[in-house]
Write a protein that binds this ligand. Structure first.
Ligand SMILES: [Mg+2]
Length: 323
């Protein structure tokens, strides 16, 4: 595999020997943001001692998505954390831009109701942060499904059994009081600030998941045990079965590994994924740098079409993805 040096005190020294520094080395370097597939290598040299280098596999970047107003008959699926709001130290500490609820509602109007939020959070948490939005939502990675505000919530999965929740909560409490987020169909343990807990937490989560037929999501500073049927790809597919969404070209905007199921799902419906954040291995076709870039991309659709106009009335290009 071709590796590209990123930084650190790395230079090839005569007689040196390159070895993988092993699991945990990336955590020990204390870096804020490292791609999942990065490796730390150590080079030994008799005279100069140990050198460490962070390597990320060389990979081409993705293009920016085409302007939203040029995409015809579009459905937009939006992740929340890391996509519409910046990630905060605690899940309840995110700051919602005061313009965000109106942006989502206007976009929904412009796209004829074909906007949906698809988040790992519980619907109640999303409602609490965004206020009552008349927009379709799926919460808990699709475990809760609500076609439009006020409608009944349809569970797409079985509730999380105590046999998973109890042991995970005890583990979190006994290992540095890790933050636990209990949702109807999943339970997330956040280990930000306790990077060394990732491996034991993952191992335990995988054991519990196997015993109960559940799945494990290995996210950004979070490990989550999720009941089957509750992933973001299932939620996207469920929306696309609805008459309102059927036949539209879907785009999913998301930042985390849990969004990859949804990136693959929108591909199956002729659309594509839009990764938010730094480049990494992904099923997405396009990339936006950060939350601000997402807001700008979404706002673009509103500039040519005032609220109330549908995209069928807008000046449009081809509906085909160009990436
Ligand atoms: Mg996210």
């Amino acid at each position: 595999m071709a590796f590209a040096d990123r930084h650190f005190n790395w230079r090839p020294l005569g007689g040196g020997r390159i070895v993988d520094a092993g699991a945990g080395a990336i955590d020990r370097l204390g870096l804020a943001s490292v791609p999942d597939d990065a490796k730390v290598r150590a080079m030994t040299d008799e005279s100069e001692g140990l050198k460490l280098a962070l390597h990320t596999p060389a990979q081409g970047d993705l293009p920016q998505p085409p302007p939203l107003r040029t995409l015809a008959q579009t459905a937009i699926f939006l992740d929340f954390d890391g996509t519409l709001v910046d990630i905060a130290a605690r899940p309840d500490a995110v700051e919602v831009a005061h313009t965000l609820p109106a942006l989502i509602e206007r976009l929904d109007a412009v796209l004829g109701g074909r906007v949906a939020l698809v988040s790992g959070r519980a619907l109640a948490a999303l409602d609490g942060m965004l206020g009552p939005l008349d927009v379709a939502m799926a919460g808990s990675h699709g475990g809760e499904f609500r076609p439009a505000a006020g409608d009944e919530v349809h569970p797409l999965a079985d509730p999380l059994p105590e046999g998973i929740a109890g042991p995970l909560a005890r583990f979190a409490r006994d290992n540095g009081d890790l933050i636990v987020e209990r949702k109807p169909f999943s339970m997330a343990v956040h280990y930000r600030g306790h990077a060394g807990m990732r491996e034991p937490l993952l191992a335990m989560a995988r054991d519990l998941a196997e015993d109960h037929g559940a799945g494990v999501k290995d996210g950004k500073m979070v490990v989550e045990v999720v009941m089957p049927g509750s992933d973001k790809g299932s939620a996207v597919a469920k929306f696309m079965e609805m008459p309102l969404f059927a036949g539209a070209t879907p785009y999913f905007v998301g930042d985390d590994v849990t969004d990859e199921d949804a990136f693959r799902a929108v591909e199956r419906f002729g659309g594509g994924g839009i990764l938010v954040g730094a480049m990494r291995r992904t099923a997405a076709r396009w990339r936006l740098d950060d939350v601000r870039a997402v807001h700008a991309w979404l706002s673009d659709a509103l500039e040519l079409a005032p609220p109330g106009k549908t995209d069928d009335e807008m000046a449009g290009g081809s509906g085909e993805p160009t990436g």
